[in-house]
Design a protein around this ligand. Sequence first.
Ligand code: NAD
Length: 484
Amino acid sequence: MQFGTLRNYIDGRWLASSSEHLQEVRDPATGELLARVPFSTVDEVNQAVAAAQDAFGEWRETPPLVRARTMFRLKERMEENFEDLARTIVLEHGKIIDEARGEVRRAIENVEVAAGIPSLMMGYNAEDIALGIDEETVIQPLGVFCCVAPFNFPAMVPFWFLPYAVACGDTYIVKPSERCPISQSRLYELLDEVDFPPGVVNLVHGGRDVVDVLLTHPDVVGVSFVGSTPVGRYIYRTAAAYGKRAQCQAGAKNCLVVLPDAVLDKTVASILTSAFGTAGQRCLAGALVLAVGEVYEPLREALVEAASRLKLGYGLDEGVQMGPVVSGQSLERILGYIDLGLEEGARLVLDGRGVRVPDYPQGHFLGPTIFDGVSPDMAIARQEIFGPVLGIVAVDDFEQALEVIAGLPYGNAASLFTSSGRWAREFKYRVRCGNVGINIGIAAPMATFPFAGMKDSFFGDLHGQGRDGIQFFTDRKVVIKRWF
Ligand code: NAD
């Protein structure tokens, strides 16, 4: 067991949880026991909140320039540990090493953007709003915030929030996913080396009980959640009931619309990474291809041919293009959806169930799986499968494609593949999804942009990352001045 029993990081110290409730964290490819994660007690969560609350006063008075310097030091430590962080992600999650490197890179980019806090947090003013009267806005931090994170980007997701919060002068608590808690623990070792004042950043392991303490605690002012839609909805409601800010990024069912004038080979390559990268366990994964008119047949052929050549295996091995799914439980759920698709009358044109990875018999592997003949009212078209399963839907024209997307409950991402600027503009203008791709299969916003999302994919108004992040973690105060 490489990582032992994980500890909490509270008030600048690593503390063993007194909880007897522990869960195993296993490598999804090899089955190796990597760590045990504690489900922390109510007292331990309260202790983290108290530490963060105590640290807030001095931290908010620390000049933004000085707070920004902690971001520079953090970036340095992350760069020095880049490869180790990426390998840790592969071990606990199963994604391939290049995807893990991309994840660490995006986490670092958020630290880089947050380092701009001296100018990002500047207010604005106006002279002479009335005779001899001036008005100004100042931007101030609010207190203790927390993050409740999902398993699928165990290093990056808390870094959509934490760097902005602490750069703004707030203090922070991360509750990582209990399924993949190790990468965040590694990152907290680096946060520890950066020498934040004790209590500014805290880490508490556990599950829903820890979340409930945070959501109802009077000293927690806001929560950033990323995870499934039912939990996101619950967290948004509960946070509101307790007077807290909440931004809840939730589940997805993303459509990739292909027009007959799309550049076919590049479109196929893009769809392949979108649908099967990270074994389909991404909130931006393409889950449904909406093939318009005559492109249906050639597109299906090309997709099946290319997907059947993807190399499955252990994420740290050379040449591997797709890893396992995160757990046996996830695999069972996804297999259930494949059975359901068959019952609903969709045709399985590529069946990943038979794929074996002989060197890793314990691994939770499922090969790329493609259904065609999918209709938009089927459960496999409407529900999030979160695995390497792609459905192809035939649509007559662009309008029908937009209707299918509008009829889905989710609104996380949608992409259009075309050579026509006119249809591209129309798509961007009208589609009700937060992250829009034009000839891009994974419309992942850079750290300077908000990670958007609409409908059942997002509850709240201010998104993670960029300027939205700064607004979420601060309040604006207006001062109107007259001197006699
Ligand atoms: P999940 O909802 O099961 O868990 C997310 C977090 O919520 C975990 O920390 C978990 O401990 C906590 N949690 C679970 N049940 C809870 C409850 N009843 N009360 C309080 N807290 C609870 O999600 P997951 O399976 O870890 O992650 C996959 C999901 O995340 C997918 O739906 C995916 O689309 C979504 N996701 C969305 C985005 C986005 O930006 N929109 C990004 C990544 C992942």
